[in-house]
Design a protein around this ligand. Structure first.
Ligand SMILES: Cc1ncc(COP(=O)(O)O)c(C=O)c1O
Length: 313
């Protein structure tokens, strides 16, 4: 889906016109992938709109930057306030929010020291990410996820998404909605842009962070919801073949939200319909995000939005 532009973009603390948020082709990030970023959603609520888990996302941005020795000149509070100001200035919600910190124009060597750090935040409308309302048809990729101590998977860095692109393109070309990456030891890691959960005999499993997974905010939300619902939850390594004999499988992510999986490598997950536990968790997740259930975990940051239309298509 083409990006729908809005009016303003937050740049280093100021709101600038969308069209002026440009960088030079010789910027460090263009050549060496030196960026860290976030993906956040704001949901419509009966009384307005709210950003889902804003401080947690911005803390992860700061953590990603710290891993790459990027000293961001903004505090957690300033970054969160930037998101609220931007959404209110653009008047666009529900929306997807994309903060990015990058190494800009300075020197051409690999060393990032002489390249300034720039922080941008954009927001724009974005609907459903993965096709398949009743459940997505996915595959296990021939590409592995990032090996430990190479490109760190706990940092949400632009460079990680070269691997994600390989996984996603292979899946798409072969007619699947998404690909699941195994880690370097052949254990289940995650989708190209989602964490993964399985249900087996009533127990909810997800791979631990040591299987080259991103520490997903939605993953954490689902673990929290599941515990609150009284489910047994295990962060355990998952062998590939367990995917094929699971009772339920679903992806989680800011873009994908809670996405049931119908088949893996053309093998149906149970009877191919979203399972009871998946449905209960999804119901709670969307209920909280859409303001239809109490915000019992304090996950929502309200924003005042007057319009819901993008400036241009
Ligand atoms: C590789 C990868 N794993 C997992 C996720 C899910 O993370 P979150 O729930 O924080 O969006 C994402 C999306 O950001 C991702 O890109």
């Amino acid at each position: 889906m083409p990006i729908q532009s809005t009016s303003k973009i937050w740049h280093n603390g100021n709101l600038i016109p969308w069209e002026q948020a440009n960088i030079h082709v010789m910027s460090h990030v263009i050549h060496y992938g030196s960026s860290v970023f976030e993906g956040i959603r704001a949901y419509g609520q009966p009384q307005g709109s709210a950003v889902f888990r804003l401080p947690e996302h911005m803390q992860r941005l700061l953590d990603s930057a710290k891993i790459y020795r990027m000293d961001l000149p903004f505090t957690l509070e300033e970054l969160c306030a930037g998101v609220v100001d931007l959404i209110e200035a653009n008047g666009v919600a529900p929306c997807y929010i994309r903060p990015i910190a990058l190494r800009g124009y300075g020197e051409i060597g690999v060393s990032p020291k002489g390249s300034p750090i720039e922080v941008y935040i954009a927001n724009f409308p974005w609907g459903k990410y993965i096709a398949g309302h009743g459940g997505a048809d996915v595959c296990v990729s021939s590409w592995n996820r990032l090996a430990p101590n190479t490109i760190p998977s706990l940092a949400k860095a632009g460079a990680n998404y070269m691997n994600s692109q390989l996984i996603h393109m292979e899946a798409e070309i072969n007619g699947y909605a998404e690909g699941i990456g195994l880690d370097v030891n052949g254990l289940v890691s995650e989708g190209s842009g989602e964490n993964i959960f399985i249900v087996r005999n009533g127990v909810l499993f997800t791979p631990p962070l040591s299987n080259s997974t991103l520490s997903g905010i939605t993953r954490d939300s689902v673990l929290t919801i599941a515990r609150h619902l009284g489910l047994t939850v295990r962060e355990r390594s998952i062998p590939r073949e367990l995917l094929y004999i699971a009772d339920e499988v679903f992806f989680t992510g800011t873009a994908a939200e809670v996405q049931p999986i119908r088949s893996i490598d053309r093998i149906l997950v149970a009877d191919g319909k979203p399972g009871e536990i998946t449905k209960k968790i999804a119901d709670e997740f969307f209920g909280i995000a859409n303001g239809l259930k109490p915000d019992r975990f304090g996950w929502l940051t309200p924003v005042k939005v007057n319009a819901s239309e993008p400036v241009s298509a």
